[in-house]
Ligand binder design. Sequence first.
Ligand SMILES: C[S@@+](CC[C@H](N)C(=O)[O-])C[C@H]1O[C@@H](n2cnc3c(N)ncnc32)[C@H](O)[C@@H]1O
Length: 282
Amino acid sequence: MADDAPRDWEASTYDRVSTPHRAWGADVLGRLTLRGDERALDAGCGTGRVTAELLRLVPDGHVIGVDGSPAMIAQAGRVLPREVELLVQDLTALVLDAPVDVVVSTATFHWIADHDVLFGRLAEALVAGGRLEAQCGGAGNIASVVAAIGRLRTRAPWDAAFLGWEDDWNFAGPEETEARLRAAGFVDVSAWLEPRPVVLEDAHAFLRTVVLGSHLARLPEEAHDDFVEAVREELEVDGVVTLDYVRLNLGGTRASDGAAPVQLPGEAVPESPEDLAAWLRA
Ligand SMILES: C[S@@+](CC[C@H](N)C(=O)[O-])C[C@H]1O[C@@H](n2cnc3c(N)ncnc32)[C@H](O)[C@@H]1O
């Protein structure tokens, strides 16, 4: 697996422990104004809990769930009605048969390193005037976990496994996100941070399945339990583990005046109106 390719997830445990995600998903869906006949995409649908709620909002439409993890899509296929179209795809290389009216996403974008490419793909997947509403981990998200891992990774036996590798979460801030959304061809953009601390019921399972997956992918299987326990112990206060979640909410409307520009990695968006017009035509 390439280092930046989506990895597989432990879907049945994720489905059991991902209670906070359902509440976050409900908030995202609550920001939508829908007729009920839209084509709608859940980008990073996981086991399909939020996708099921999306389906209820578009009874006369069509719902697509895309996820990079085959196990997540298989689990979603067990619980969602057959009418939901489920695809295993990397969102940074998203290709749909036809554009959608709405894209929603929860707890996914911070797992993706290149938000310029991601937002460009989502803009291309939307019809002109289509709406993106999403939420993911934002700047400052789970800072206590980041700090705990920072302490552990300098110690044996973990130091060797993480040598030369940085945590791969992409916890972006609102201003840079709004700029990226505009550059990708969205208008009426907004992004804001929202602290949402969560007290974990089954801290070991949650950390292992939801939080530490990409760290565990760098450790041998027999070390997984020890690493998760080491992180849990670092976080525990009076027998309780509270995760200091900070969510990045974001939204935008796909510009209706022509094709959305797809910004290539490292490519600067021209600033003058004339250069921008030429760049959009190119
Ligand atoms: C924390 S789960 C969230 C799942 C679901 N949205 C929810 O709220 O329960 C993150 C999901 O993002 C997916 N994911 C991460 N990177 C991805 C990528 N590049 N392309 C597609 N899916 C990706 C993972 O496979 C995983 O299912």
